[in-house]
Design a protein around this ligand. Structure first.
Ligand code: ADP
Ligand code: ZN
Length: 216
């Protein structure tokens, strides 16, 4: 199964992707995570990306396309993958299509998580994740079962993203509306788009996504 999760920052893409990874045994390809890993490792791509990311702006298409294309060639993607946070622009969407065609594969579905701005700011400013396994939590809506201990791996260290501060959130939302939201029309026209109400609880969103996937 090859799917894209589409929606503004904070919509719940990462949260739902982490669940789908377990359920379908396919990897989550988060360009944000891949880029942050490259920054941490200090690779050439990472250094180019770092300044742009810290300003809350989008990294250039050619950098991201190259990272994703290489990743899809890895063995764990043979049964499919979840693209989370990519493509982010129409240029990237065209690049994905050409890239997949070149590899002889195609997308099955694009799921749009629909939310509103007030919810996004709350979700993003309360977001944190496990420093060890990356599981996403929230100060109020998704706390670990035992305070300060990751449900999945037992780690007691957590981190917050530097671009999750309220002053950066608005820049990121504007980038989404300007650059990424046109993809909704793009995928609708290709007959690939399905909408899910992202304002529901995490479990209800998950159930709606499962219903979409069962019908494929
Ligand atoms: P995205 O990957 O789309 O940027 P995340 O999955 O990181 O969004 O979710 C943003 C924050 O909101 C996280 O802290 C997450 O725990 C929380 N969250 C995700 N989905 C929901 C939901 N349906 N209801 C309440 N909080 C949610
Ligand atoms: Zn963990």
């Amino acid at each position: 199964m090859r799917l894209i999760l589409l929606g503004p920052p904070g919509a719940g893409k990462g949260t739902q992707a982490q669940r789908l990874v377990e359920k379908y045994s396919i990897p989550q390809l988060s360009t944000g995570d891949m880029l942050r890993a490259a920054v941490k490792a200090g690779t050439e791509v990472g250094q180019r990306a770092e300044a742009v990311m810290n300003a809350g702006k989008l990294v250039s298409d050619d950098i991201v396309n190259a990272i994703v294309s290489e990743r899809i060639d890895e063995a764990d993607c043979v049964n499919g993958f979840i693209l989370d946070g990519y493509p982010r622009t129409l240029v990237q969407a065209d690049a994905v299509e050409a890239m997949l065609k070149g590899k002889g594969i195609a997308l099955d579905v694009v799921i749009e998580l629909q939310v509103n701005d007030e919810v996004l700011v709350d979700r993003i400013s309360g977001r944190y994740s496990c420093a060890s396994c990356g599981t996403v939590y929230h100060d109020t809506s998704k706390k670990p079962a035992k305070d300060g201990v990751c449900d999945k791996c037992g780690s007691t260290e957590f981190k917050r993203r530097s671009d999750d501060q309220p002053d950066k959130v608005w820049t990121r939302l504007q980038a989404y509306y300007k650059e990424t939201s046109p993809l909704i029309g793009y995928y609708y026209a290709k007959g690939l788009l399905k909408n899910v109400d992202g304002l529901q609880s995490i479990d209800d969103v998950a159930a709606d996504i499962d219903r979409v996937l069962e019908k494929l």
